[in-house]
Design a protein around this ligand. Structure first.
Ligand SMILES: [Zn+2]
Length: 246
């Protein structure tokens, strides 16, 4: 473990002592040439294991959802091997594949092929990534009584989210790109409370994650989040209905 992490609390649970360093965005999401300089944080064994589980899933499934060169390279070189190591996931992806009507960002309908998506695993991973990135920027564990809320938003919802929330505290707005833009994030934090934050996360330059509307159309979603004290839950509840797919 890095010297800087010795004696530190786990960045993910803020409870257990860390015993290892963990790459916040797992190295194997990216081709070897793009793996330098990925942020690392202290982690306990339990959180490290749980995150690895989420990552195993995401590293196999996410590359299908993007044309970014890093995703395409992983698809061609790694994904088949990863599926061989996880027959049940391979089975679910093969059997769950179906044709679907998708909407492009300009609003036209296209027929596409959709894979089933385990939102619980993906959101579990995104929650841990946000905590890890906060530790990376603030060098301090996430307060245990604080909350994180994720919002998968459509293109339109994302625009409103940016206008309403990402525009707060513009002096603290930070835009980061890791692994040649294969993972990007934007966040801003409240000037008085560094853990009161707003996020937009982007795997492989716009991952084609979709949510289905009541009419069965697939709409592309972007992963966004708030973190903050307990009242964030209330703000989130108020906006959730307005911003998320109905
Ligand atoms: Zn932990």
């Amino acid at each position: 473990m890095k010297k800087a992490f010795r004696g530190r609390m786990c960045a993910y649970c803020s409870t257990n002592p860390a015993s290892t360093g963990d790459h916040v965005i797992g190295r194997k999401f990216f081709p070897e040439s793009l793996r330098d300089d990925l942020p690392q944080v202290p982690a306990c064994p339990e959180c490290n294991n749980r995150k690895s589980e989420y990552e195993r899933y995401a590293m196999t499934v996410f590359p299908f959802g993007s044309l970014h060169h890093a995703a395409q390279e992983m698809l061609q070189t790694q994904v088949e091997r990863r599926m061989k190591g996880d027959q049940s996931l391979r089975h679910d992806l093969r059997n769950g594949r179906k044709n679907a009507v998708g909407m492009t960002s300009d609003g036209s309908a296209v027929t596409t092929s959709a894979l089933p998506f385990d939102y619980d695993k993906a959101s579990g991973l995104f929650l841990m990534i946000i905590k890890g990135l906060l530790w990376h920027h603030l060098r301090s564990p996430f307060p245990r009584d604080y909350v994180i809320r994720l919002f998968p938003l459509t293109d339109q919802g994302l625009e409103r989210f940016k206008k309403c929330f990402l525009s707060l505290s513009p002096e603290n707005l930070q835009r980061e790109a890791l692994a040649d833009g294969a993972f990007k994030y934007v966040f801003t934090r409240n000037r008085d409370d560094p853990f009161f934050t707003v996020w937009v996360l982007d795997f492989y330059d716009s991952l084609n994650m979709c949510g289905a509307t009541e009419r069965g159309e697939l709409l592309r979603v972007h992963m966004t989040a708030f973190t903050g004290p307990a009242q964030v839950d209330h703000i989130a509840d108020v906006f959730e209905e307005k911003l998320m797919i109905q």
